[in-house]
Ligand binder design. Structure first.
Ligand code: NAD
Length: 256
């Protein structure tokens, strides 16, 4: 896709590891300045060090997306450092709790605060800056759990990811007149620390057998899709959800 994001400035939340890290790396490799925003300060700093060694222009900002003050500071730091903000990837997400009947009120709130309110906080801070330039590209990382249910995570996770899709559509509606496009990406099961914490090797192997394309997603699959959604190649696309799941939402593979 060449230089379609070169010279632009991107914030990726939860970019210290996993899917967010790979998305940030992809945008940086394509020439964007990337802000690695993460609650884990030292891990974010390590990620930026690795990016800089690979020639990527990057900055680490410690940020808890569930805090509006942190989101405000994140956008201010970005504009101070790079003079603009063109791309926001709301990727930070967590899973807490188990079966619905065992989810504690604290676990319920924590997941909604990070996965859903975090998207609102960062977007509402970013939108005025993007509106000023008349061009903004926001991608919210939902999940196939936001189209059905989560099989690895609990009900609060599912609810938060449905919420992200609803919020994406309404943001796209309200922000279109300012030149800001907003889309959601729905990853299927992806081998990252989040999934490794939630599953055993045996469960991962069983799931692999059921995925129509015969493999778990790699963070790279989501980085490629995100690059499309933030580049000019998708300039007429807003308010949509792009599912990247190896066909899993079609159904599970089985012997006939
Ligand atoms: P991960 O746990 O590997 O990484 C998440 C990152 O977010 C970490 O670096 C963590 O420190 C950071 N983070 C956590 N809470 C934060 C907060 N309050 N503020 C800022 N940063 C915070 O997770 P992952 O698997 O890479 O998932 C990334 C996104 O993709 C999440 O939104 C997740 O729900 C979604 N997703 C993942 C999968 C999967 O199978 N891995 C599938 C569908 C959707």
């Amino acid at each position: 896709m060449g230089s379609r994001v070169a010279g632009l400035t991107a914030i990726v939340t939860g970019a210290a590891q996993g899917i967010g890290r790979r998305i940030a790396e992809e945008l940086g490799t394509e020439g964007a300045n990337v802000v690695v925003a993460d609650i884990d300060e030292s891990s974010a700093a390590d990620t930026v060090e690795a990016f800089e060694s690979a020639g990527i222009t990057a900055t680490a900002v410690q940020c808890d997306v569930s805090s509006m003050d942190d989101a405000e500071r994140l956008v201010e730091r970005t504009v101070e450092e790079y003079g603009s903000l063109d791309i926001l990837v709301n990727n930070a997400g967590i899973s807490r709790g188990e079966r619905f009947q065992d989810i504690t009120p604290e676990e319920w709130q924590q997941v909604i605060d990070v996965n859903l309110t975090g998207v609102y906080n960062c977007s509402v801070q970013a939108a005025p800056v993007m509106a000023e330039s008349g061009d903004g590209r926001i991608v919210n990382i939902s999940s196939i759990a936001g189209q059905n249910i989560s099989y690895e995570g609990p009900a609060n996770y599912t609810a938060s990811k449905w919420g992200v899709i609803g919020l994406t559509k309404h943001m796209a509606w309200d922000l279109a007149e300012y030149g800001i496009r907003v889309n959601a990406l729905c990853p299927g099961g992806t081998l990252t620390p989040l999934i490794e914490d939630l599953t055993t090797e045996e469960e991962r192997s069983e799931t692999r057998e059921k995925i129509p394309l015969g493999r778990w997603a790699d963070p790279e699959d989501h980085a490629d899709a995100t690059l499309f959604l933030v580049s000019d190649r998708s300039s007429y696309i807003t308010g949509t959800t792009l599912t990247v799941d190896g066909g899993l939402t079609l159904g599970v593979r089985h012997e006939v």
